[in-house]
Design a protein around this ligand. Structure first.
Ligand SMILES: [Fe+2]
Length: 385
């Protein structure tokens, strides 16, 4: 399987996951008596809670649930104190991207000294040495792909979001069980699904792209364009159609951008999340169609975007615009934003340069296949006032 070659994480795919199944995977990884820290979101989720309760009947489990969206260093350090005291054999993360990212930092901090903030930023005070505690990732959203990447995103005490990238953050095992995504509400389905689409597209218009990352990302993007509206409809009606396809596509997109990193859409999204706490996927939706048009100015990228739409040869000339229109209609269908007002951001034309200049110090911005000048981005953002 191509995706397995793009990630160091061992992938297990099951329609549903019982506590006995999860216990068997843990036993395979660390043995029968292994101690586990389970990292979960702080709010109740019936299927996940049943899984953790069932697991705790089979082996010692310490539950850590201090996880918020855009996970914060102070919460992770509070959990790290417990992990360092418990010295678990495995860390099992069951949740969305914030939970999985928190667990990655905890697995690293279990065997490294200091504060998470020491490891963040362009000139970190400490460097990650080697591998952390064994980690098993069980995603309950179809979006971040965090279960198969070496990235974690953390909000420092000052409010700035940083991406930490290191092979030590790569989960050892990921278990995809679509049943765990069945209860996702419509808004979360939309936001996490468009995040996955942005990962696939930002891999394709990435200057680090390879033939293998292109192939995985193209497959993921085609699948998400087809299945996200179906999964969104399922979320509204209580059905399950599209859930398994979205979980697989989001994971495939994760394996793709694990090789390339993301680009302008993500760099700009961080400012929206830092300033106005816009959920990550919603913030990624904000400039996705614009980035398709900008990067599509490169003929090679236009050809690659054409492949997503099933167009070959000359048809690729109009592909960026057609893809941008597909993104616009998808965003309309699932209620994602186009303007600052849509994301609840109060901002004037004079604020744009001041607030968004930080995005140009983000290495992700330099991954764009078509270099983006500050003035061009500010003009684009002013059109969204
Ligand atoms: Fe993302």
């Amino acid at each position: 399987m191509l995706e397995q070659a793009l990630t160091g994480t061992r992938l297990i795919s099951l329609p549903s996951l019982s506590a006995a199944d999860l216990d068997a995977v843990i036993a395979y990884a660390v043995g029968d008596g292994g101690r586990v820290c389970a990292v979960v979101d702080s709010f109740p989720v019936a299927a996940r809670d049943a899984l953790v309760t069932g697991l705790a009947k089979l082996r010692p489990v310490e539950v850590l649930d201090r996880v918020v969206p855009d996970p914060r260093v102070e919460d992770i350090m509070a959990m790290a104190a417990r992990v360092r005291a418990t010295k678990p054999d495995a860390i099992v993360a069951i949740g969305g991207g914030s939970t999985l990212d928190s667990a990655k930092a905890l697995a690293m901090l279990a065997v490294h000294e200091g504060d998470l903030e020491d490891y963040l930023g362009p000139e970190p005070r400490r460097k990650i040495g080697g591998k952390g505690t064994l980690m098993i990732a069980v995603p309950t959203t179809a979006g971040t792909g965090s279960e198969v990447t070496r990235f974690g995103v953390y909000t420092a005490r000052g409010g700035r979001k940083y991406t930490l990238a290191h092979p030590a953050l790569q989960p050892d095992i990921a278990i995809l069980a679509a049943a765990l995504t069945h209860s996702l509400p419509p808004a979360v389905t939309a936001a996490t699904g468009i995040d996955a689409l942005s990962h696939a597209l930002e891999t394709i218009w990435n200057r680090n792209a390879t033939p293998a990352s292109d192939r995985a990302a193209t497959g993921a993007a085609t699948s998400i364009l087809e299945w996200l509206p179906v999964a969104y409809q399922s979320a509204r009606t209580g059905g399950t159609a599209g859930r398994a396809e979205m979980l697989e596509a989001a994971c495939r997109a994760g394996t793709a951008f694990n090789r390339t990193g993301t680009a302008m859409v993500h760099a700009l999204s961080f400012i929206l999340s830092e300033e106005w706490h816009v959920p990550h996927g919603v913030a990624c939706a904000f400039t996705l169609e614009d980035a398709a048009r900008i990067n599509g100015e490169d003929p090679e990228i236009a050809r690659k975007l054409g492949r997503i739409l099933g167009a070959g040869g000359d048809a690729s000339a109009g592909a960026p615009e057609r893809l941008a229109e597909r993104i616009v209609s998808l965003k309309r269908a699932v209620g994602l934003p186009f303007t600052f007002r849509d994301v609840g951001a109060e901002i004037g034309a004079d604020d744009i340069g001041r607030l968004f200049a930080k995005a140009f110090g983000d290495p992700k911005m330099r991954n764009n296949a078509v270099p983006v000048e500050e003035d061009r981005v500010y003009e684009l953002l002013r059109s969204k006032l």
